[in-house]
Design a protein around this ligand. Structure first.
Ligand code: PLP
Length: 394
């Protein structure tokens, strides 16, 4: 028996364990300091009542012979796909029902989609990045080319025609930088992908944080994107489903490589290796799109957006450079005096008891940058930023 040797090439992820250890050590030595965590990448508000009610009803259906559900369609129930189709329609994107695949979240599908692609493809990944894109390709032994996302390009790198690539990752709004591509910039990526006959894997997990109507929420708002892009989206941040698990992946019928339709391949892959998302969860997800569901998730999103505003407002007052904060739950700030991001982490922890995430954990271009998130409470975020302001105002 031989193991998959590629696993030996994975970098051990010390980021969150190192943060936890540092916070723990500090708390033991300074029990009176009230620590505030602005490094949280998970939602903190509960599921909204429309979702809870729909899931309760679905549980009741499971209890009766007449309405009990066994295996469902692997690609999701029509009742959920129809409301997703309607949601895209609002942004003038027309999807066929068979292009929508319900998943248990974006992370699984971002990894699983790689089943469709050959091993010797070159993968283009921005740095800094959501680490899942890197690790899933390292596991498969693919060659990775990094493109720099940095201060010069406002963390929104554009394609370089001299670089060849087959699989391109784009995440907008971005984790960790909070940066969001506009239409013209995304069009450049679509044109590049079409010219190079590459595929774009577009991660729109944070699309519901976009308030600016001029910014695209879906790559399919760009002409011809259906010929070169797969889109991954999630109810995790939109509706607090991080623990409930539901997402969706769009694989357009137009996508064809080597005479094979990716939509058909993905259907084959899913019907072979996946047995669908629980009926109860899909009922909850569908309730997100009802009038009351939309109103309720907006209240929750507005709550987080208020935190983002407080963080961004403080950085504005201090003249500290950052990206994100608008149209995104993440704020990516430049460490004052060009400090190393781990030194900055230690400074915030020891001087003001505030915890964030060092940018170095997301790639080399994050070495002097730092991620704050808007998922804590309004009160704690406000207090953390008051402490932050006092520390840096001199
Ligand atoms: N994509 C990005 C950029 C994320 O930051 C996350 C979660 O943090 C995910 C995908 C995963 O989403 P899900 O909970 O749907 O698996």
């Amino acid at each position: 028996m031989k193991i998959n040797d590629n696993y030996k090439n994975l970098n051990e992820s010390y980021l969150f364990s190192t943060i936890a250890k540092k916070v723990n050590d500090f708390s033991l030595k300074n029990p009176d300091t009230k620590i505030i965590k602005l490094g949280i990448g998970d939602v903190t508000l509960p599921l909204c009542s429309a979702v809870i009610e729909a899931m309760h009803n679905a549980v009741d259906e499971m209890s009766k012979k007449e309405t009990f559900k066994g295996y469902g369609p692997e690609q999701g129930y029509d009742f959920l796909k129809e409301v997703i189709q309607g949601y895209y329609k609002k942004n003038n994107v027309t999807l066929d029902m068979n292009e929508i695949f319900i998943s248990d979240g974006a992370k699984s599908d971002l990894g699983n989609i790689l089943d469709l692609f050959g091993q010797d493809n070159t993968v283009l990944i921005p740095d800094p990045v959501y680490p899942v894109y890197v690790d899933t390709n390292v596991m498969a032994g693919r060659k990775i080319v990094y493109i720099n996302a940095n201060e010069e390009n406002d963390f929104l790198p554009l394609p370089d025609n001299s670089v060849n690539s087959d699989i391109i990752y784009i995440c907008s709004p971005n984790n960790p930088t909070g940066a969001v591509y506009n239409r013209e910039q995304l069009k450049k990526w679509v044109d590049y992908a079409l010219e190079k006959k590459s595929i774009i894997l577009f991660d729109s997990a944070y699309e519901s944080f976009i308030d600016d109507n001029n910014l695209p929420k879906s790559i399919y708002e760009i002409e011809n994107a259906k010929k070169c892009a797969i889109e991954f989206c999630s109810f995790s941040k939109t509706a607090g489903f991080t623990g409930t698990r539901c997402g969706y992946t769009i694989v357009p019928n137009e996508l064809s490589f080597d005479g094979m339709k990716l939509n058909k391949m993905w259907l084959r892959r899913q019907t072979t290796k996946f047995n669908g998302v629980p009926y109860i969860v899909q009922k909850g997800a569908a309730a997100v799109f009802t009038e009351s569901g939309q109103k309720q998730i907006k209240e929750n999103l507005d709550y987080y957006k208020q935190n983002a505003k407080v963080i961004a407002g403080t950085l504005d007052k201090l003249n500290i450079k950052y990206t994100g904060g608008k149209n995104s739950p993440y704020i990516w700030l430049k460490c004052p005096d060009n400090m190393n991001s781990w030194d900055f982490f230690d400074l915030l922890l020891t001087k003001i008891g505030v915890v964030g995430t060092p940018g170095a954990g997301f790639g080399k271009n994050g070495n002097n940058w730092f991620r704050l998130t808007s998922f804590n409470t309004n009160e704690k975020t406000k207090e953390a930023m008051e402490r932050f302001y006092k520390l840096f105002k001199t």
